[in-house]
Structures are given as structure tokens and as C-alpha cells.
Write a protein that binds this ligand. Structure first.
Ligand code: MG
Ligand code: ZN
Length: 366
């Protein structure tokens, strides 16, 4: 009996030691900062357009650690952007339309809130309204993505340091006649209708830039200018002044809208714009050396394919004529590109909500 007990104890001891060693050796380099870039609706065909239809070199080639995520939500086979972003931000798979809540509608701490508690700075940038599903999932907790006014109210009381995007109407043109832009100002937050010309943002202060009443214009005909790469750079310049590091999420929101519209030119233009965002993030990360950059999407939109052109009913493999199989989202696995400390963990095939744990692990904490 006694021998058995000793054996069992030593087995448990060995087992726990082995486990600890794995944890330690598996994550030696820590990331001080994380930049998460989400191309909404950006599947592999959308990424591929940066090689076939790009006007500048594709930035995806700068990533060596690449994986795939499975994006099934709770209660369905195909995810929307709310449950997709909530999986990344909280580590919980949830139902479609869920914002920062799990499958039981329980609020779950987001990676942004988690970083804030540790004294890190944070930012959220998007080309949709800042109350839209993807950005909202990083700072708000509501049962349904359509509750824009409630999300705006939660934004005012959130810990977001830097925001740029659209959606001013949900703050100042509300059904309850409240003006939450005034509330933000009274809390000492700098509120702007355009990005400031100079980068003189003061560490520790909060900045909210709402450049449009609703979504930002599309990138198709250049109406949006260089808003997204410029806001990304400004956010990085500002947030990197924090000694404890930062978490930044930037969304190329409208790649998804090009997919819904089955509009190839819309997708190509938005991916070109998003490619410039990748350049800003990677230029900073390469110089900094302590920054993990993760690029992915919540799901694919459009069943987009880079098909062969057809001339008089015959396939012509010399030219690409993109096609679509749906006006909605698809269940396709989604590529994940990672660079920097902790990037190795993003290789392989895993669930979308594992990205939360991988980011936390890269920060060096459980
Ligand atoms: Mg989105
Ligand atoms: Zn969509």
C-alpha cells in the first residue's frame, strides 16, 4: 500500500513538474504590446487580392507564423461579426449578435479591459461606427449588436483610451435626447470630428474621434482618404508612450460589406487600404521588437473566389474573374498571420476563441 502511495505521489509530482516546464519553455519571449488587425469578412481569397490586384507590395508576406481558425459560434454553423469578435475579445464562443457576453448572456471581461487593469494603454479603430459589432465587442457587453445607443452609453463609461471611426449619431442624435459627446467632454475626454493634424496626444488622456455620423465612407473611390492607416499610426504613436505596453484593435470593417454586396471592386479597394494598415503595424513592430501583430478575420463573406474568366462560354485561365457564391457569410476556416513575441502559438488549426488565450499568453500572463 505504502509503495503504491509513494509511486502515485511521485507520479503526480513528475506530472506537475513536466507541465510547468512546458508552460515555461513554450512561452519564453513576452510581448509588451499587441496589435490585433481584423479584416471583417476577409477569407483567403480576399487576402489573395493583395497579391493579384494590389497597388503596393502585399504586407502578408512579412508574416512567417500562419494558422487557421475554426469560427463556429454557439447555436449555429456560421458566425456573424458579433460572436466572431466576442470569441477573440473574451475567449468565449457565443451566439450570433452577442457583444462581449457569453452564450448565457453573462458579461465577460475583454482583453482590452484585462490589459487596462494591468496599467496598459488601449485603442479601438474601425471604418464602421465605433458602436458596430466588431469594435463594440472589445469594450461593451450587450445582448444584441443592434443596441447601438446602449453600446454608445457603455462606451462613455468604458476604459477605451483612443478611438477613431464613425458613429457620432449614436452619441448625439439619440432617442433619449441625451448628448453623450458632451458627457465624454465633461469627463475630460478629448472629442474630435477629425483626426488631429499633429501627434501631440498626452499619455494618460482619453481621445475619441468620430469622423462621421454613421459609418465611414468606403475606400472604393478614395472618399475615405488615408483615414485607417493614419489613425492606426496615430494610435500606435500615442499608445506606445505607455511604459507598461498597449493593446490595439484595428478593423478593416468594410471588406465584409464588399462581400455582402458581391462587389469585387469594393473588396479589392478595402483590402488595399487594410494592407496599408498592416504596413504601419509591421513597420512599428519590426523596429520595436516587443510587439506581437496578429492579423485575422472573424469569418469569410461572399463565398468569394478568384475564378477564371469566361470568354464566349469558355474558361480562360489567363485572367481572373472573381465570383461569389452567397450574399452572406461562409463557414470557411480563416487564416491567422502573426509576427513578434508569441507568434509561434498562432500556428496550426484551432478555435477562434483560442486567439484570446494565445494573446494573453503572449503578454506572459494566464
Ligand atoms: Mg465588423
Ligand atoms: Zn457581415
Amino acid at each position: 500500500m505504502r509503495f503504491t502511495t509513494v509511486c502515485l505521489l511521485s507520479f503526480l509530482f513528475l506530472f506537475s513538474c513536466t507541465n510547468k516546464t512546458q508552460v515555461l519553455t513554450g512561452n519564453t519571449a513576452k510581448a509588451k504590446n499587441i496589435i490585433l488587425l481584423i479584416g471583417d469578412g476577409m477569407g483567403l481569397a480576399q487576402v489573395s487580392t493583395s497579391y493579384y490586384f494590389g497597388t503596393e507590395p502585399s504586407q502578408f508576406s512579412r508574416f512567417k507564423h500562419i494558422g487557421l481558425h475554426i469560427n463556429t459560434p454557439v447555436g449555429a454553423k456560421i458566425t456573424d461579426s458579433a460572436s466572431g469578435a466576442t470569441a477573440f475579445s473574451t475567449g468565449y464562443k457565443s451566439y450570433n449578435a452577442a457583444i462581449g457576453v457569453d452564450g448565457d448572456t453573462t458579461s465577460r471581461e475583454t482583453i482590452l479591459e484585462w490589459a487596462d487593469k494591468r496599467g496598459m494603454a488601449n485603442g479601438v479603430v474601425s471604418t464602421s461606427t465605433v458602436t458596430h459589432a466588431t469594435p463594440a465587442s472589445f469594450y461593451a457587453h450587450v445582448k444584441h449588436r443592434n443596441l447601438h445607443e446602449e453600446i454608445a452609453e457603455q462606451f462613455v463609461n468604458s476604459v477605451v483610451d483612443y478611438t477613431a471611426g464613425g458613429g457620432a449619431k449614436y452619441f448625439e442624435n439619440r432617442s433619449d435626447n441625451k448628448n453623450y459627446l458632451d458627457t465624454l467632454k465633461s469627463k475630460g475626454v478629448t472629442v474630435g470630428r477629425e483626426l488631429p493634424k499633429t501627434s501631440t496626444l498626452i499619455p494618460g488622456q482619453r481621445y475619441t474621434y468620430l469622423l462621421a455620423p454613421d459609418s465611414m465612407p468606403s475606400a472604393r473611390w478614395g472618399q475615405r482618404g488615408d483615414f485607417l492607416p493614419k489613425a492606426t499610426k496615430q494610435a500606435i504613436d500615442f499608445l506606445s508612450k505607455n511604459d507598461k505596453g498597449f493593446f490595439l484593435m484595428v478593423e478593416g470593417s468594410q471588406i465584409d460589406w464588399g462581400g455582402h454586396a458581391n462587389d469585387d471592386w469594393y473588396i479589392v479597394s478595402e483590402v488595399r487600404d487594410f494592407n496599408r494598415v498592416l504596413k504601419e503595424a509591421m513597420d512599428f513592430a519590426e523596429k520595436d521588437g516587443n510587439t506581437l501583430v496578429v492579423v485575422t478575420a472573424d469569418h469569410e463573406t461572399g463565398g468569394y473566389a478568384l475564378s477564371a474568366a469566361e470568354v464566349f462560354g469558355k474558361r480562360d485561365y489567363r485572367a481572373i474573374k472573381p465570383t461569389f457564391s452567397t450574399g452572406g457569410h461562409t463557414a470557411s476556416l480563416i487564416p491567422v498571420f502573426a509576427y513578434g513575441p508569441g507568434a509561434e502559438a498562432f500556428m496550426g488549426v484551432y478555435q477562434n476563441n483560442d486567439i484570446f488565450g494565445k494573446m494573453k499568453q503572449a503578454f506572459g500572463l494566464k
